[in-house]
Design a protein around this ligand. Structure first.
Ligand SMILES: Nc1ccn([C@H]2C[C@H](O)[C@@H](COP(=O)(O)OP(=O)(O)OP(=O)(O)O)O2)c(=O)n1
Length: 171
């Protein structure tokens, strides 16, 4: 079951934290999250799962930034979110999908207990100009059945900004 927008509102600052929060961004069954102006791009053309691949920072200027196909842009939400007993999920907005923009590639799910900013795996089908501050995705909350383990050693938990892959830590 997914929480309704009104239920998200009811649980705000209790089992759900979204900062900043604005009622205007509430949907019938989700809450819209916006794009921060910071992006990370990998410098290497060929990435290595075993390595901490080099990255460079890009700032989306007020006049916008043109994204190019074939490049992975790691972005982040403006909002810090935290869940206590629900499973958070992010998904794109249809209006961005209709412009050929994806905000994640294969990882919409967060862990129950996740705290931090969401890293967005942004890519596009054709060149497209993007702007910071735009509501680019939405967060949903699923109920969780059964007891759960605490999410203590998450590589990305408690982050303060965009997180490039830390898969190399597993080797
Ligand atoms: N597009 C996404 C998807 C998830 N997350 C955050 C919320 C998740 O709780 C956390 C970890 O996600 P996964 O469990 O899918 O990732 P890993 O298994 O690689 O990391 P870990 O081993 O730390 O759980 O990353 C994110 O910032 N952006």
């Amino acid at each position: 079951m997914i929480l309704s927008g009104l239920e998200i509102l009811k649980r705000m600052n209790e089992s759900i934290i979204i900062k900043p929060f604005d009622k205007k961004s509430l949907n019938p069954n989700s809450y819209n999250l916006s794009l921060h102006n910071e992006l990370l791009i990998y410098e290497e053309e060929i990435l290595d799962m075993k390595k901490n691949n080099r990255i460079s920072k890009v700032t989306i200027p007020p006049e916008g930034l043109i994204l190019k196909p074939g490049i992975l842009y790691l972005g982040r939400t403006v909002e810090y979110t935290e869940t206590r007993d629900l499973v958070p999920v992010i998904e794109g907005r249809s209006s961005l999908g209709r412009l050929g923009i994806s905000i994640h590639l294969s990882s919409p799910y967060g862990n129950v207990g996740f705290k931090g900013y969401w890293t967005l795996e942004i890519s596009c089908i054709q060149p497209v100009k993007i702007y910071a501050g735009v509501e680019v995705c939405q967060i949903y909350y699923h109920h969780l059945d059964g007891e759960f383990l605490p999410y203590l050693n998450g590589k990305y938990n408690g982050n303060t900004g965009i997180q490039a892959s830390k898969l190399f830590e597993e080797f």
